[in-house]
Design a protein around this ligand. Structure first.
Ligand code: BDR
Ligand code: CA
Length: 311
């Protein structure tokens, strides 16, 4: 299996990404790290522990990291994910603890200890990853690739041109995209192909386990905010698409392109300026996801939830 570290800000779709990354035998989830994004760091870390508790994941270290962006104040997404960051289900007391280390140190230790280079899958703002590269440049060679959910080849979801994960910490995103590491951008243009339709919710409900019921409750809340805010009949399940790309690259078609992060634009800070037509003459620095195999993606996601034991 491909060794991976998942860096999350749960978040409804982050929760589903955790479930997918732990269940699929083609990836080995070495660590789960948390960054402030959809909610404050404390709430996101609590949510990561809640998700691991309901799924019975007690063998993956979880660490909290950056409590805000490198150079800006935190902008949370309570309009999408609610006051807790994971509104919908009722969660009991979490039964898994946080690791004592800062997320950056847990990632560093894990990269150094693992015999093979490890894939990083960030599905929140890129603050923890940028800090890792700043504080531990020696570890670059231990990173196989970074497959991140963030950005867009087209329009944004926070401002007309900026997607939330990049908008929250554009300086961190710029450092990661300019790092020279192998980067895959799984942006809104492809995650909006992963819509949690009524059919998907029905398939989750059919599984019939308490975990699947919790997923139904999460997706129902997530769907309600997308309906209210965007008028969309079904919400996009962004973060698991990045995990799916690592599990089976044939699920997510990519093209190479130069991608620059707008950090200063008057109206466009946080935009991922994606030069799909190579107009700039700049070298490619990212693989850009463009097309999702939807039926196979949903089979993967639903099978992952169904794989957890029923208790
Ligand atoms: C991204 O922002 C967050 O709200 C989601 O969890 C996802 O990572 C989508 O723009
Ligand atoms: Ca996220």
């Amino acid at each position: 299996p491909t060794p991976v570290i998942l860096d999350v800000d749960p978040g409804h779709d982050d929760a589903m990404a955790i479930l997918l990354a732990r269940a699929d035998p083609r990836v080995d989830l070495l660590a789960l790290t948390v960054v402030a994004g959809n909610q404050t760091l404390d709430k996101c870390a609590l949510n990561a522990r809640r998700v691991c508790t309901i799924a019975g994941i007690d063998d993956v270290p979880i660490a909290a990291g950056a409590d805000g962006p490198l150079a800006r104040s935190l902008r949370i997404a309570d309009d999408v994910h609610g006051a807790s960051g994971l509104d919908g289900p009722q969660f009991g007391k979490p039964e898994v603890d946080l690791d004592d280390r800062h997320a950056v140190e847990l990632i560093y230790d894990t990269l150094r200890a693992h015999p093979e280079p490890v894939t990083l899958i960030p599905t929140g703002p890129l603050t923890n990853i940028a800090l890792l590269l700043r504080e531990h440049p020696d570890v670059r060679g231990r990173i196989h690739e970074i497959v991140l959910m963030g950005g867009s080849t087209g329009r944004g979801n926070v401002t007309p041109y900026a997607e939330a994960n990049i908008y929250v910490d554009p300086e961190a995103a710029a450092e990661v995209f300019e790092s020279g590491l192998d980067i895959t951008m799984v942006g809104l243009n492809v995650t909006h192909q992963a819509l949690v339709t009524g059919d998907v919710v029905a398939r989750l409900r059919e599984i019939g386990t308490p975990l699947a019921d919790t997923c139904v409750q999460m997706m129902t809340f997530f769907g309600s905010t997308y309906r209210e805010l965007w008028g969309m009949p079904a919400p996009p399940l962004h973060d698991p698409v990045a995990v799916a790309r690592v599990i089976d690259p044939s699920l997510v078609r990519c093209v190479d392109a130069p991608v620059r992060i707008e950090t200063r634009g008057e109206y466009t800070a946080g935009a991922t300026v994606t030069d799909l037509h190579h107009l700039s003459g700049r070298p490619d620095n990212a693989r850009v996801a463009v097309e999702l195999d939807q039926p196979r993606f949903w089979d993967l996601m639903i099978d992952a939830v169904a794989d957890y034991p029923a208790n």
